[in-house]
Ligand binder design. Structure first.
Ligand SMILES: Nc1ncnc2c1ncn2[C@@H]1O[C@H](COP(=O)(O)OP(=O)(O)OP(=O)(O)O)[C@@H](O)[C@H]1O
Length: 366
């Protein structure tokens, strides 16, 4: 396994990029720890595949370097990088049996047959294909073929990294969950450095130790699922993670208060004067409907989503979402909202502002 260093990395598909806008991948500096599981998460076109292809060697970056354990591989071809890759669509040898497909990367490396047999059996169990090892890959469903691709990607234990590019797209929903869980346990058992590209937050959050959120060619946050939830560093992370995403409301900031339409909202911290487009961000989980307390809100619609209710409301002309408990009463008299001050974040030009000091005594926060 290897630590992966992205040093001053950027990429433009244009021959003479003039401005930042011309870069599909904007400048990035980061160490990806040896043995960690990362998910690259973002909407279509944000640059996930570009970054993955640079790591795998399919694409030469127009700027910067990529290092595996400190060794510069920027110009090394894919074959020299010792990585395993699984793509969106199955890549299998149709004329070979499932067993030979799974064994291929090991035989290619000259591993002895006893080890190959043992490892193939282990992987076949993991992907639920033990009974199919003798079958030819030809004629199998796309779903089964993709499982073989996943198995082949995972069969070698000595790779520098395992790269997955939306590998579960063709897998049926039930199997998706199972394979994701197996990938996670594989990671726990073998400690591969894994990078998993997806636009699906559930996939990213259940698979990864660290989620790399990309937006418009830029990495906007690298964090644990909890960090992304509690302290989104960019409003995009707030919208994109969570269901529904974070409420973002234009505001003025004065010390430890946000002012929305002339009304004060308590912040858990004080802030220095800020320039630019100012907003507060509060997750629907930290907003609460009330009869008597808080600021006026107009409930538009209530959606029962099983575990809880999602209340769609109007807050001084802004659409907001509030989560209410499954058994909570949401009547016409519920026309106020409170926000948990410790979970209100402040944003200037979409980036989270670090508070200057706490206003509530230490230890009191949630
Ligand atoms: N070969 C290419 N030539 C020119 N532009 C490209 C090329 N490949 C990607 N792009 C552009 O670079 C940007 C990032 O694309 P990329 O495929 O990396 O995004 P992505 O997040 O992987 O999207 P998706 O999930 O749809 O695959 C997009 O604007 C895309 O149109």
């Amino acid at each position: 396994m290897a630590k992966i260093t992205l040093d001053n990395l950027a990429h433009s598909y244009l021959p003479n990029p003039a401005s930042e806008e011309d870069y599909a991948l904007k400048e990035l500096n980061h160490d990806w720890q040896d043995g960690a599981a990362y998910a690259l998460l973002g909407a279509s076109g944000c640059g996930k595949s570009t970054l993955l292809n640079i790591i795998s060697g399919l694409l030469q970056p127009s700027q910067g370097r990529i290092l595996f354990d400190g060794h510069d591989v920027t110009h090394a071809p894919t074959t020299e990088r010792n990585i395993a890759q699984v793509f969106q669509f199955p890549v299998v040898y149709d004329t070979m049996t499932v067993r030979d497909n799974l064994a291929f990367p090991l035989r290619n490396r000259g591993r002895d047959e006893a080890y190959v047999a043992e490892r193939v059996q282990e992987i076949a169990r993991m992907i639920g294909m033990e009974d199919m090892l003798r079958r030819k890959a030809r004629g199998l469903t796309a779903d089964a073929k993709q499982k073989i691709s996943l198995g082949r990607g995972m069969v070698r234990q000595d790779v520098n990294a395992l790269l997955f590019d939306e590998p579960l797209t063709v897998i049926d929903p039930h199997m998706k969950w199972e394979l994701r869980t197996q990938l996670k346990s594989l990671h726990r058992d073998f400690g591969h450095t894994m990078i998993y590209v997806t636009h699906d937050q559930t996939e990213a959050l259940t698979f990864a130790d660290k989620v790399v959120v990309m937006h418009d060619g830029r990495v906007v946050q690298i964090g644990t699922p909890e960090e992304l939830f509690e302290q989104p560093e960019h409003t995009f992370v707030g919208y994109f993670i969570g269901s529904p995403g974070m409420n973002v409301i234009p505001a003025r900031i004065e010390g430890d208060k946000a002012i929305v339409n002339g009304t004060e909202i308590e912040l858990g911290h004080a802030y220095r004067p800020q320039e630019g487009k100012l907003e507060i961000g509060v997750r629907p989980e930290y907003a609460r409907l009330s009869q008597a307390e808080g600021l006026p809100v107009k409930v538009r619609r209530v959606e029962d989503v099983g575990r809880h209710k999602v209340v769609r409301a109007d807050f001084f002309g802004h659409d907001i979402n509030i989560i209410a408990g499954e058994d909570d009463h949401v009547g016409a008299d519920m026309n106020r909202v409170t926000f948990d001050a410790d979970h209100v974040n402040v944003y200037a030009d979409d980036w989270r502002v670090a508070p200057s000091e706490r206003t509530t005594p230490a230890g009191e926060a949630a």
